[in-house]
Design a binder for this molecule. Sequence first.
Ligand code: ADP
Length: 908
Amino acid sequence: MNTEGLSASLYKLPFILVKDGIVNEVNQQFINMTEFTCDDLLSKSIEDLFKILRAGPNINPYSICGEKDYFIFTKSLDVRMVNIEVVEERNEKLFFFKLQPGSSIDAKYPFISKFCSDNYDGVAIFSLPDITLLKANETFVSFFDEPFNKLENCIGKRVSEFVTGFEGSTSEKIWEDIVETGQTFYTDEYMFDRFERGITYWKSTITPIYEEGKLKYCVEVTKDITEQVLQRRKIEEQAEIIRLQNEKLKWQADLLNLSSEVICTWKLDGEITSWNKGAEQLYGYSSEEALGSICHELLKTKYPLDINELQLILKDNEIWRGVIEHACKDGRKLIVSTSHQIVTNDNAEKIVVEINRDITEIARAEEQIKQQKNELEEIIQGIDDAIFIYDSNKRFYLVNKAAKELYKDHEFSNFQNLRNKDPFKYYDENGNEITADNLIVSRVSRGEVVTNYKMTFKNDLETKHMSVNGRPIYDKEGNLKFIVLSCRNITKDIETQRSLEQQKKLLETIIDTMQESLYVVDRDGNYITSNKLSKERLLTVFETIEQSFNLSEIYDSNGKRLTIEELPAYSVFRGETIKNEVYHYIFNEREIDIVTSGTPIFDEQGNIRYAVISTRDISNIIQSEKALKQAQEKLLATELEKNKALEQTLEIKDEFLSLISHEFRTPLNVINTAIQAINYFCINDLPEKAKKYLDMIKLNTFRQLRLVNNLLDITRADAGRIKINKKNLDIVFITKAITESVQTYASQKEIAVEFTSAFTERVIGIDDEKYERILLNLLSNAIKFTPKGKSIIVKISLRKNNICIQVQDEGIGIPKDKKNIIFERFGQVDSSLSRQAEGTGIGLSLVKRFVEGLGGSISVKSTVGKGSTFTILLPDEVVIEEDNNEMINLMDNRLVQVTNVEFSDIYL
Ligand code: ADP
C-alpha cells in the first residue's frame, strides 16, 4: 500500500492494514496497545479481528465512523476506549486506532479497579446505553450460569447475552429505568429466579457515571444474599407457625367463651368436659354445675334420631347437624340448632364437641309464619274469585277452590300443561281471540300489572265473562317470585247490564214517543237526560239549566218573570211540589205556554238526587181559551145591552101599568063609595032586582079594585118600592082573625076551615096589612082550588128561629114542573083552569114579594089530586116600632073590606 500520501503523524498511531478483507499488517504501536502478537492477528479476516478485539459497541468493520467512541479489549481483557479512522485505497484499508485520553478505566477510575480486585462483592462496569460488560471481577462473573461464570466468556458482551433469562425479567426493567432516568438503583433484597440453580436473592447498587454530562457507564456492586434470605425466611416461617399456633389457641379459648355461641364438650359416655360462658347463659347452669354431669340428662335433650344412630354418624368422623330440644335449669324449653363432632383432644381422648345456637324465637316465628301462611291459604281457598298463583316459571303454586271449579278439576301442574289441555278459548272485549303470549299470566310475567281486564272464557258448553286482575310479586332482590291472578265471573253482571241497557233503550223510546217533553236534572243543574221532544223544543239543547235560562225569559201564570232559583227544577230540589204549573217561555223569539210538573228522585239516603221535569205545550189551548173568552165577553155585552133595552121597556111598561092602575082606581073608588052610600042610605028603597044588580056591580067593582091593587103593588114591588111597616103584634091572634074572616066564603062552598096553633100567643115584628094580603091570598086560592066538602087547615108552629104558618088544602094540587112558575108574575098552572076561577096569576108572585119583604120565605109542597101545603117562614123576632100609638082593630071595616076585595074573584 502506498502510504506516502498519509500524514506522517498518523503513522505514529496504532493501525492495521487490511488487504482484500484480510489483516495484512499491524504496526508495533498496535501490538503494544492490544498486547496481542502478530501471530494472533495477521491473516485473520477483518470480522475475526474485531471479534478477537471484542470491539464494540455495535461495531461494523465496513462502516466505521471516525467520530464515534468504540471500545476494544487487550489480550488481558482490559478495555481501551478508542476512535477509529479508516483510510481506504483500492483493495487496501488502513484502520487507525486513536486511544482516547484516559482510555483505560483502571487509570481513569482507580478506586473502582481497587474495588474490583478486592473480589469481596461482585463489581462490574458496563457501558451505556448498550449495557455491555466492560470490566468485572471474578466474584461478579461467578454469579452467572456456565459458561458465563468465566470472565473471558462475558467481557465485552451485552448483559442479555450472559445473564440467563434477562430478557423480559424484572432485571431488564430495572436496567431500562436506569438508562432512561440516569438515577442510581439500590435494593436491599432483590429476588431473581431465572438462574439454573433456582431462586436467588441479591443486594445491589447500580450507579450511573457521567462524562461531559453524558451517561456513559454504570458501576454495579452486587452481593449474593440468597443464603441469608433463606435463613431469615426459615426463621420467619417458624415464627409465623408459632404465631398461628398461638392465635389458634387464643381463638379456641375465645370461641369457647363467645356469648352467642354455646359450646360444650362431652366424653362419648356423655360426661361434660367443658362448658363455655354461652352455655352458662343459655341453660342457666354454671360450669361448676355442668362439668361432670351427663350432657343429655342435664339438658333433657330430645334428638330427632336414635341416639345409637347419632353415635354411628359421629364415629364415622362426620359432623351431625340438626335441631334438638333442650330444657334450661328453670324448666324453659329451648329449640336449638346444633352441630356435633368427635375430635381427639390433647390427651388422645375422643370427645364430642357440641356447638349450639338458640333458635327458639326463630322457630316460633317460623311456626307463626307457617300458621299465617296456612290461614292465608284458607282465606284464598274461600275467596269466591278464582285465584291462580304461579311461580316465576309459570308453574302453578296455588290455585283455590273457585279456580278448580272453573276448570272442572283440571290437573294443574304448569301453565304450559294447562294451555295444552285448556278447556277454554279466551277472547277480548272486542271478540278477538287472545294469543297465548297475550294471556294475562304472560303479560304479568313480563312485569305488567293488569286491573279489571274484561275477557271471555268460551267453549262449546259455556261462555263466561270474566274480570281479571294480575300482579307480579317480586322478592327483595327484585326478581319475579309469583304471578297472582284473580278472575271474577261477571257473566251475570254483564247480562244484567245488557238487560238494563235494553230496558233503558225501551224506556228511552217510550219517553221519546211521549207527547210531553221530559228531562232530568242533577243538583248542579246539569241535564242528565232528556227526551226527543224536549230537545226539539230546544229546552235541553244545552248542558246546564243555567245556559238555557240565560237565553230565555220565563214567566209564571201571573206574568211575573222567574229568577233562576224559581225554576221548576230548583223548586223540586227544595222539596216543593210542582204540579201542572203554567209558565210562559220566550225562547229564540218563540213564545210558548207550557204546563210543567216536577218530581224528585231520591238516593238511598233519602236525599233528592235528580229532578224529573215534564212539560206540555199548551199554547194552542191557551189561545183557543182566549178566543172563547173574547167571544163570550162579546156575547155578554150584547146580552147586557139587550137586557138593558128590555129593562127599559119593562120600566116603561110598569110605569104605564102604574099610571093606568091609578087612573082605574080613582073611578073604582068613587063607584065603590057610591055603592056603599046606596047600601047605607037607600038600600031599602031599591026594588029586589035593583039590589041584585047592585050586588053584581059591587062584586065586579071589588074584583076590579083587587086587580088594580095587585097591579099597583106588583109594579111597586118590581120597582123596589114596597114599604114595609113592622109593628110588634101577636101573630096567633092576627092569623086566627083572618082565618075566621073567610069562614063565610068557605062555608058557602061547604069547605071546613080549621085553625090550629102550637102556642096561644106570639108577638113578633110584622106588617099586619101585608100579612093580611098574604094569608087572604093563600086562603082564597085554597078555597078556589078545593072541591066541596073538603077542608082547609091553617097551622102556626115554631120551626127553628122562625114562625111557621102553613095553609094546607085537599084540593087539586099542583104538578111538579109548575111549582116554581106559580110564584112568578102571571104564572098559572093552567090558564083554562084559572079562567074558570077567574084568576090573573099575580097573587102568588105578590105574596112571595111580600113574604120576602117581611124577611121570610115561602115554599109549596103538593101532590096532584091530593092537595097542597103552602109554608111561610117568618123571623121570630120583635122590632123597635116607629109608631106605638096606633092601635089596630082588626075587626074594623078595613079587614072586611080587604077580605071582600080579596075574595071578589070567587064565584059564590
Ligand atoms: P090567580 O089570581 O090566578 O089565582 P095566583 O097567583 O093566586 O093567581 O095563583 C096562580 C095559580 O097557582 C093559579 O092559577 C093556580 O093554577 C095555582 N094555585 C094557587 N093556589 C092553588 C091551590 N091552593 N091549589 C091548586 N092550585 C093553586
